[in-house]
Each structure stands twice: as structure tokens, then as C-alpha cells.
Design a protein. Sequence first.
Length: 356
Amino acid sequence: MTRPLEARISASALAHNLAAAKRHAPGARVMAVIKANGYGHGLLRVARALMAADGFAVLTVDEAIALRTHGVTQPILLLEGLFSDPELAAARAHALALVVHSPGQVEALETCGPGAALDVFCKINSGMNRLGFRPEALPGVVERLRGAAAVEHITLMTHFACADEAGGIDVPLGQFWRAAAAYRMPHSLANSAALMSDARTHGDWVRPGIMLYGVSPFAGRTGSELGLRAAMTLVSRVIAIQSVRAGDRVGYGGSFEAPHPMRLGIVACGYADGYPRHSGTGAPVLVDGRRTQLIGRVSMDMLCVDLTALPSAGVGSAVTLWGDGLPVEVVAAAAGTIGYELLCALAPRVSVVDVS
Ligand SMILES: *Cc1c(COP(=O)(O)O)cnc(C)c1O
């Protein structure tokens, strides 16, 4: 028998969530964000399931070339633009769109040799202070981009630091428009949280990521509460049973001490698969569709669950680590992180199975 751990990826869930994004932002074009290997779901698999998207956003030239090689004809945006000047030739050859966030990137577009002109997304720093030009610098940057032979169309963009919080958009939106209002240029503002919470951010292109995978961008709410469907379900099985007495300790470090006699299931999934080691006793797990809890420390290849209240469970019982029936947001919260991190951290050794 092969190891029973697998990540089931649902193409219909991805398509459903894209349709939800389009319903939320009916006037905008949807740039599906599929960086980080499609948030752990597989770059090409996700692109195929989301072929109805109007464009795709990735991080690297290599990801973009893989998409072009597999027949993607929509615009592809490099979210941090070029990391070095030699990448410009590949961007031209594959008609990639570039974020431009730094003076060096503007200069590269001004000084490069003749060749195809590219669409650029000029990034304004609206208060996140990560990438982008300060609003007051925009006039100079736009003038230079307009004069650069390697630039075709300019779209103005920003990225919100707090779009998932009530009122978190007002100030950065004001910052953006103070700079952008002078230009009749297309704009792109919304991540998933802004897309679902504030129509003022929809503009010409929306950039949903996490919602496409069925996961909520808002703390305390799950994707299914927002009408989304989990695209990834991580499943495994119980491979061994242990009966322990009161006072026995469980797992590395003996950090869990059984307060009473317990029946434990050992599950084939560990931190080398991407299950968060920071999780611990009490984190939710489904066994045979019923909710129980993690016990003790997560090992590299295994973890332990409480089967005391599930007498019919045994070796071979089905386990859901997250996904359909157990939102990854809830599992992530128990580990002190967010669903994004768990999905992206799915290890390459986990078998991926396509399901409808
Ligand atoms: C990752 C990313 C997104 C998508 O964000 P979600 O919260 O996953 O919807 C949008 N825009 C930019 C610039 C990003 O880097």
C-alpha cells in the first residue's frame, strides 16, 4: 500500500470561486493571482481550472513562461516586475506585463534597446510601505514611463495593507486617488478582501488570490460562509492505534500527558508534508467525518489524534487535515497562522490528486 496522504484539488471548486469573484466585481477584469505554485495547488493545474480568468499574476519570469508554454494567451503580470535587466528580453518574447515599483525598473525600461513595448502596472505605495512609489512621486514616474519606448499601456495600481479590516481601505484609497486622479489611466487595487468588501476598489482589474482557493481573507470568517468552496482537501488515514493509561506521555518531548485512559490514532501526515509543527494539542482534525483533536507534538511524518470518543475508528479510518468539512482557516488559527501559509507550504512529496 502506498502512503495514504494526498491533497485533493477540485477544479470545479476553483471555477466556482472564480465565478464568485466575477459576481462580486461585475465590471472589472479578473487577474487570477496564482503565485507560489498557485498557492500550493499547482501552477498549471490552477491555470487550467481558471482558464475563464481575464489574466494571471505570478512572481517570476519562469512561472510566466510555463504558462505561455502551456497555452495561456491572456495577459500575465509579474507582480514584482523584473528582478534584473536580462529578464526584459524574456518579458518581451512572451509579452508579459510588468509591475514597475522602483526607480531602477523605470530606468531599465528607458535605457533598454529596441524591441516590443510592454504593458506596465505602475505601483503606488498607499501606506503599506513595502513596494511602490510614494504618491507625490507619481507625476515624475508617469512622465518617464510615457517617454519610455519599451512601455505600451500604463495601469496604476496599489496593494492594501489592511483590506481585511473594517475601515482599512479608506485612508489608502484616498492616498491612491490623490495621486491617480490626475490621469485617465486604468487602475487595479483589489485583493480578495477588497474585492469582496468594497466596490470602490474594483476598478479595471481586480487581483483575487486566496478567495479563488476557497479560503476567506477575513479573520473569523470561513470561505464557505462567504459562498466559496475549498479547492484543496488534505486527507490521510490512521496507520496505527495506541491505547494509553492515565499518566502516559505521548510523542516527542512527552509534552502531552494523558489525564485518563485514551485511545489514540497515529496519522500519516507530519511537518515534512506541510502540516504546521507549531500546532499542538487541541487543533481540530476530522476522523471518519467527525471532529476530534490533535494530541501532542507533530512529528516529521506523523501526528497523533484522540480517538477516545470514536470507538469505531481504527487503522484505515479516513482523516481530513483541512479542506472540505474542516476549513484550513480554522486549522491555521489553531497553529497561530493563516490559511495562506498552510496551503503554500504543502510539501512537494505529498501526492496531488485531481478531483472534480
Ligand atoms: C498576492 C497578491 C494579491 C492577492 O492577494 P489575496 O489576499 O490572496 O487575494 C493581490 N495583489 C498583489 C500585489 C499580491 O501580491
